[in-house]
Structures are given as structure tokens and as C-alpha cells.
Write a protein that binds this ligand. Sequence first.
Ligand code: 4AD
Ligand code: MG
Length: 476
Amino acid sequence: MQYSVKELLEKGKLLQEVTVQGWVRTFRSNRFIALNDGSTIHNIQCVVDFENMDEQMLKRVTTSAALKITGTLTESQGKGQTVEIQVSQLEILGDSDPETYPIQPKKHSLEFLRENAHLRVRTNAFGAIMRVRSVLSFAIHKYFQENGFFYVNTPIITGSDAEGAGEMFRVTTLDAKNPPLNENGSVQYSEDFFGKETNLTVSGQLEAETFAMSLGKVYTFGPTFRAENSNTSRHLAEFWMVEPEVAFLDLAGNMDLAEDFIKYVLRHVLENCKDDIEFLEQRLIEEEKSKPQNERSEMTLSERLRFVVDNNFKRVSYTEAIDILKNSKPNKNKKFQYLIDEWGADLQSEHERFLVEKHFKCPVILFDYPAKIKAFYMRLNEDGKTVRAMDILFPGIGEIVGGSQREERYDVLVEKIKATGIDEKELWWYLDLRKFGTAVHSGFGLGFERLVLFTTGMTNIRDVIPFPRTPQSAEF
Ligand code: 4AD
Ligand code: MG
């Protein structure tokens, strides 16, 4: 019978004849094949009796060759494994030339692996990361579906700039077979989408709001695009965002929702990805050894995840945060050297990390930001200068969630739109929500890759998305 490696390790019966297909990780002593099929971080050891095997065929058992193996499942004497297969039949499904296969069974740099994004998922670390990513996706849907939310697919191509920040990719139309040419013979790209200016969405929020004002509790989970030319370890040009939106919910309720949601998905991973998390934890321990003692994390990966699940997020207003930053001494080792001195300034990642990693030492929800540094759709507070915004800051990550209670009052919203310089006519449909049955409502956006970063203990966002889209990388 055909099994996955995971099934064999979990429920294979001894002395049973089994078939398994996968890729060779290593082949030792012309006898032990470590086979992996991606179903788990673990390999199954397949023991060949080389005296009874075709010598030419065994030569083709090289790293990453695809094999079909049939044999008897027996107890294993080997360290760290319970069962192995005594091979009776071995079929090479696909050769892999060891001279030219780029991923050697040694430690490669993450840089090198990024250049080979089509093959890096064959390594243990990337296999683990991508399985955890998949489980996290499922947990996100599970949480919302179990809590009465409906999944909405918001447009990818849109005429609106949800954030009003102008960091958009313009969509153009091009007949690739008969492209219109310039006088000098080069392709003339059109500036529009069948006569309209459109862009790739930066957020599904505004459209999700329309659904929240009918279905009550909704969420989107889709790709979003930002034309920011920033080369940081936290930014991608294409990333996935989870955006719940809820009618009749205020800012405090929004914070409760975000906290409950994040804890749920992390708990789900801790319970369902034990082997992968254990592997990633060891990887991190190894990596940290190369750092100076004072920069090493005090907690292991699973302790970090547990800590978030078991402790309350600290809720702090922007104004309180500014006071803390003002009264903090610049850090001696210059990591947090420039601290803020002015109410109204936007927080830089240094400030966020200071608050989370040095001051509170736990996830922090910052709320009630100055209206001037936040998007037009956020609910203005009674003080006339702050809005009901919230950002959730995580250790090692910085901002993981951005959200707010939305401005539900028609007149105030029109004023805010005008002040931003957006033509209110473009947002006629958004304003309609405030004309017909308006109500308090709130939502947030969680950057999915930043969540995967935190969960896997990786440090560069390019390593937690299958094919990272950054200013340097759009090949695949
Ligand atoms: O704070 P942002 O810009 O908020 C919004 O887009 C709102 N419309 C969300 C809402 O209320 N529905 O983005 C939300 C989150 C950030 O907190 C961050 O985690 C992530 O999206 N994010 C990015 N992740 C990777 N690369 C980028 N360039 C990102 N920009 C934002
Ligand atoms: Mg933000």
C-alpha cells in the first residue's frame, strides 16, 4: 500500500509491505537512503541490500532524485527513528545530476537560497516554514469561520487607494502580440485599464467595509501590493493581508478581537506543527550561537509563542508611549539611539522596538494616534486631534497589525477626505455606507508574512513567502 512518510511514521504497521515516493535527501554507505516527501520534516530511512541491487541504478540514487520505493516496514536500530523500510524494489522516477544540482547537503546561506527560490523549499528549514505557513492560513480561516465571520474576496484590481498613501502599482493594458509602438519602435504602454486609471489593491478594507455593513462580520485574506521601494527585512512589494471588518464594534472590541485571533492561530500552530516548530527552534538556537551573548534571545521559539498565547497584550495610548520614549535614555549600545521628543511624530521602527523589547517586554497595542499621521477613514476622537487607531507591535517584528474604528459620520468623513486631497466623488460608494444605515464599525489588517516571521523565528520577510516580490526579485 502507498503511504506518505508522515503516515508511515505515525501509523505504519511493522512487517507490512509499503510503497512510498519521495526525493533523496542523503544516501550513506551505499545502504541507507533518507527519503523525504514533504509531508513532514522527518525522512524515512530506506535500507538497501546493495548486493542484490543493480549497481548502475544505485549510482543514480543522488541528492534530490525522485524515487519510488517498496519494501517491508521494520523497527529501526538507527538513532532518532522508530521505523525503516527494508527495500525490495527501487525505481528511479527522476534523476538529479549531483554535478549540477545547486542545493548540496551542506548549509547554504539564506541569500543563496533566495536566488534559488524554486529549489529552496527542498531544504528542511524551508519545508518547515512553508508547512507552518499553510497551517497558519488554515487556522486563520478556522478562527473566523468558527466565530461567525464570512469570507469576502475583495478586488485585486481597483480604482481606489484604500490607504490614501499613493504607494500603488498602476495597471496597464497591453496587447502583447501586437503592442502599440512608439515612433522610436519601443513598446507604448497604456496608462490605463480600458480607459480607467486602476491599480493593484493596497488593502481590501474599504470593500470589506461595504460587506460588514450588510453581513455584519466579514474578513478578507488576499494578496496586497505596495510600490514602496523599501529594502527592509519587514517589507515586501507583494504580501498577504488578513482583514476582518465588523459592524457595531468599537475600538476596544477591535483590540479584543485582534488579541484573541492572534492567540488562537499561534495556539493552533503550537498544537499542530510540533515537529516543524521543534526543528525551527533548534535552527534558531544554532543561529543565535553566532551572535554576541547580549544580543541572543532570552527565550526559545516555542517559549516566545507560548508567552504571547499566555499573556495579555499591553494596551498603551500613543500619548503615553511618547512620554515613555521622551523619558528614556538613549541606549548605550546605540541600538535604540534616537528617541522621540515631539508629540505628533510618527513612530519609527526603533521606537516601536524599544517599547516592545526593552520597556514592556511583551506585545503592545498602541492606540489613539494623532489624526495627522493616520489614514483618512479612522474615527476622530472627541479631542479633535487623535483618531481611534490601533497598531499591534510584536517583539522582533515591530508592527504586525494596523487597524481602527472607522469614521461612521458622513460629514466628518467628507471633511477628512477633502483634507487628504482625495476627490470625494471617487469615494461615492464608500460615502454611501454613511448615508444609508451607518453604524459604528471597526477592523484591522494583519500582515500575514509578519505573522509567519514571528511564528517561525525567521528574521527576513523574504524567507517566509514562497516567491518574494521585492525591488530586486520578480523573476519567478
Ligand atoms: O497598517 P496597514 O497599512 O493597514 C492597512 O492597510 C489597513 N487598511 C488595514 C485595515 O484596517 N483593514 O497594513 C496592515 C499590516 C501592517 O500592520 C503590516 O503587518 C502589514 O500589513 N504590511 C506589510 N507587510 C509586508 N510588507 C509590506 N510592505 C507591508 N505593509 C504593511
Ligand atoms: Mg500601519
